[in-house]
Design a protein around this ligand. Sequence first.
Ligand SMILES: [Zn+2]
Length: 554
Amino acid sequence: MTATIIVTNGRVLTMDEAAPRAEALVLRGPEIAHVGSNREALAFKSNGTRVIDAAGGTVMPGFVEGHMHLFAGAAELDHLQLFGVHGFDALKAAVAAYLRDNPGNDLIIGEQADYTILSKDEPVTRQHLDRIVPARPFIMFSPDHHTAWANTIALEQAGILKGRKLGPGNEIVMGADGLANGELREGEAIDPVRSLSQSGDRDRLGLTTGGEPEPRPTAAQFEHDLKVMKRGLDHCARHGITSIHNMDGNFYTLELLEELDKRGDLLCRVRVPFHMKNFMDLTALEKASVMAKRYHSEKLASGFVKVFVDGVLDSWTAVMVEDYADRAGWRGEPLFKPEHFAQVAVEADRRGLQIAVHAIGDGAVRIVLDGYAAARLANGTRDARHRIEHIEVVHPADIPRFKELGVIASMQPPHPPGCHGLPLEPTISRIGEARWPYAYAWNTLRAAGARLVFATDWPVSAIDPIRSVQSAMTRKVWKEGLPDHRQPLMQALASYTREGAYAEFMEARKGRLKPGMLADVAILSGDLEAADPKALHEIRPAVTICDGRVTFQG
Ligand SMILES: [Zn+2]
């Protein structure tokens, strides 16, 4: 048996408890043939073998990014980046610089504008943005993408300047003058402006409507979208990622990825869900079953249903059990009524599909757990591995239910306020001190037996898994005496590898380095274990291998 690739001189973290450490790896085609010492590995060497010297760097299973939005993230690589921009003048300068490089009349899209971009107490209005961009449509998004701010011409062209009636949880915020004030909350409010973009919003369809592009994209548009997608996959590969759990989807997304696979350009394994919206009939889940049946390879698969039951804390759209600490009488409005969500859960579960639900407030988390309990009652207990995404606040009474119901907690180390350069406000005031102990409660959930999957929710946060692990390891408490949720390195890495594999029923094939497992490997420039957590981000992926093929080399 001939080795295709041998990796030597590594600090190999196999993530396999039975044999956690090694020095070298032997890959044969798409699988791992041997894990052991340099001497053992080099015995497999023959003429065609490529030898990669890891030079003392960490060698580990490729990162499994457990929650992200590939198409939208890829499209955003070209947008105006506003991370770290603060104050009117800085915003104006950033936009001006972007306009110099991007002339034209089409919609300008800004990303990562934090909720306090102007100042702590001055909300953004269309009038502010008009003073920056008067004559061209402009929209900018909060990091969580649940709020956006648009200028007057954008609101006018989108036909929403005078407001519009929207579904629950969505809002075009109106000003005292009876016109939209520029702030748009949630998809239905934002989409009319987004659809003015050059991509016609095809990159967001899987996220916003779950539907397919209409009319059918032309051949040129299809090629354009392939290029966007490939850039996104390349961006993932250069960050050491080999598997992606995409959290929005439709057939169009799958068709693009399938075509890339045929061309040998599918640089990561991807799972794509069917996105169930609250206006769909239960029969819509048939489409999810068709997607699952058509796509089930180790490279490209469907098989799960994504649902949103609430929004986010910062815009008071997350659903809480008790009132918001800074808004008496308001608990948020669920996108699915509890009975409605339970029906969806029962039907999806009956079809043998996995379910992954965005639930940020403790009230939303409870609705989802209740739905999963209803599914178990109706269909019997099975190894369903349903998931809850985000869980930014959990009610203490619900913590043990994750283990009881076998529900996976999918959480994002860069998201707690204070992590990753995020401001503490307004989020921590929305949550309120009484709930702080149950906010982003990684260790509390772990201690209660929940399985945790980590990810970044790219493009909500930068995709870099090493920075995300760093956030997990260095998180600070908001106040003395609150639970410490810092993660030891190995635990954070497990949530990025074997736990991610488990969440997609692939733990026998990936997430650990072991003979017979898929040859998905990240070779890093330094030794993660030897690094000071504060300097962890200086360690970079050096080589990424997916399916036995080098997908990135630094
Ligand atoms: Zn997401």
